[in-house]
Design a protein around this ligand. Structure first.
Ligand code: NAD
Length: 491
């Protein structure tokens, strides 16, 4: 990979400026400096991407599945070969600590492309036992041109979550990264061109939601939309997609409950709770942002959790010792800090954090100290997604109350529980209203395991065989295999 930053749109296998000539600034959240001016796509660029995808689709969709898989596997290898520069770029653009982008984001991105590279020629239709004299089988066919819109919290990983299954199934893809973090997806485009993806199969269009995003949603030739982002924007996209009857997959916000029972291994639960809310500065849809703890162990648990939270090393994401970096944008940092005010107004006690760190070397960055506040289940801070290093702590007295608090928001994405009681663990796994449940762990994910939510967290699933259903249309084929069967109107 060249060391040069890619800052132009990727359409038709080439990098080129936006037709309007407009750009947007990609900012380093550690110090507010501009990393790059990136071309900003608009409706005319979406149109060009659709035209190049339409031209590429017939060949790509009919290519052998093994060939599509081979390209995805080659891309996974190329990502691994460029792991260092990719991790560095992701840390610069997002503020994620380098140890995470190196240890998690880049390997998971490669693993996802590799998994779906393997999936391409293993995703089968079926033969259905119907009436005697007939053969009935299903074909799983690609949908066509897919529009994919992603947020800024895991930009590199989301290129793989979105693109890999869609491409494995034979679709063409137009992906819009967030305007805040476009750089690594453009690097992925460069690697895709290098390993030989045909022109037009993938377009990467950095741009705003109101510009390129809305144009993707509205374009009549884009047959399916896959959106990851806020619930508010998800709702507006669902309305627009509904009038056009576009297929839609929505991965939206969350307010994950992390329940610590009296019989939990306390140290593991403390570590798990801290990871669940502070990893990636809490900017994760599945963050464990509501910590529910049994009253009998609450004091001991909190003492340990507060000690751990106060010891987390904030710093420049590029410093290998840094455990927490800045939030990705200034606007978002201010939003998170405003929630501290909301908490106070509602009578919460701020147990730790709640402020930007008072350190000269971090003063220009968008940092927030790890923050824990007390709350009651109906408080705004216990109901609304804050999306930062900010968790509410609530005490409960019995299992029934814990379940009702956990299920007491409109969201339903991820939830965790810490207990040694097997029966309780499975009872809760079944009763929690959420797409994912972690028992004595939190935030585990794997390309083979379904990922998604219910309620205000959206619908549809990423990953595994489930996501292949999202990116294919099923066709049922009937064959009369018995000549003695009379036609409907025998004469
Ligand atoms: P956002 O909804 O503001 O933006 C997400 C993407 O949508 C961006 O690319 C943005 O440019 C685009 N967009 C905005 N308005 C649009 C419009 N009208 N039409 C088309 N596109 C539009 O979200 P964000 O602030 O970037 O990300 C944070 C949110 O994402 C949080 O709510 C978080 O929970 C959610 N998220 C969900 C998952 C999941 O898998 N469920 C994963 C990560 C993040």
């Amino acid at each position: 990979m060249e060391s040069q930053l890619r800052t132009e749109l990727f359409v038709g296998g080439k990098f080129a400026s936006a037709r309007s000539g407009e750009t947007l600034a990609s900012v380093n959240p550690h110090d507010g400096s501009t990393l790059a001016e990136v071309s900003m796509a608009g409706a005319a660029d979406v149109q060009a991407a659709v035209e190049s995808a339409s031209a590429a689709f017939p060949r790509w969709s009919r290519a052998s599945a093994a060939e599509r898989g081979r390209l995805l596997l080659a891309l996974a290898d190329a990502i691994e070969a460029n792991a260092g520069p990719l991790a560095q770029l992701e840390s610069l653009d997002t503020g994620h600590p380098l140890r995470d982008t190196r240890g998690l984001d880049v390997p998971r991105t490669a693993a996802t492309f590799r998994y779906f590279g393997g999936m391409a020629d293993k995703h089968e239709g079926s033969v259905i036992p119907v009436d005697p004299g007939f053969l009935n089988y299903t074909l799983r066919q690609p949908i066509g041109i897919v529009g994919q819109i992603v947020p800024w919290n895991f930009p590199l990983m989301f290129t793989s979550w979105k693109m890999a299954p869609a491409l494995a199934a034979g679709n063409c893809v137009i992906l819009k990264p967030s305007e805040l973090t476009p750089l690594t997806s453009l690097k992925i485009a460069e690697l895709m061109a290098e390993v030989g993806f045909p022109p037009g199969v993938v377009s990467i269009l950095p741009g705003t939601g109101a510009g390129a995003g809305a144009a993707i949603v509205a374009h009549p030739q884009i047959a399916k939309l896959s959106f990851t982002g806020s619930t508010a924007v998800g709702r507006s996209i669902a309305s627009a997609a509904g009038t056009q009857l576009k297929r839609l997959q929505l991965e939206l916000g969350g307010k994950g409950a992390n329940i610590v029972f009296a019989d939990a291994d306390l140290d593991e639960a403390v570590n798990g709770a801290a990871f669940a809310i502070f990893h990636n500065q809490g900017q994760a849809c599945i963050a464990g942002s509501r910590i529910l703890v049994h009253e009998s162990i609450a004091d001991a648990f909190l003492e340990k959790l507060l000690r751990l939270a106060r010891s987390i090393r904030l710093g420049n994401p590029l410093d290998a010792r840094t455990e927490m970096g800045p939030l990705t944008s200034l606007e978002h940092r201010d939003r998170v800090l405003r929630y501290v005010g909301v908490a106070r107004e509602q009578g919460s006690e701020v147990l730790c954090g709640g402020v930007a760190p008072d350190r000269e070397e971090l003063a220009r960055g968008y940092y927030v100290e790890p923050t824990l506040v007390t709350a009651r289940p109906a408080d705004r801070v216990a109901q609304e997604e804050v999306f930062g290093p900010f968790a509410v702590v609530m005490r409960f007295e019995d299992d029934e109350t814990a379940l009702s608090i956990a299920n007491g928001t409109t969201y339903g994405l991820g939830a965790g529980l810490w207990t040694r009681d097997l029966q309780r663990a499975h009872r809760f796994a079944s009763a929690l209203r959420s797409g994912m449940v972690w028992i004595n762990c939190y935030k585990r994910a794997n390309p083979g395991s379904p990922f998604g939510g219910v309620g205000s967290s959206g619908y549809g699933r990423e990953m595994g065989f489930e996501v292949m259903r999202e990116y294919t249309e099923v066709k049922s084929v009937w064959v009369n295999v018995d000549a003695s069967i009379p036609p409907y109107y025998p004469r």
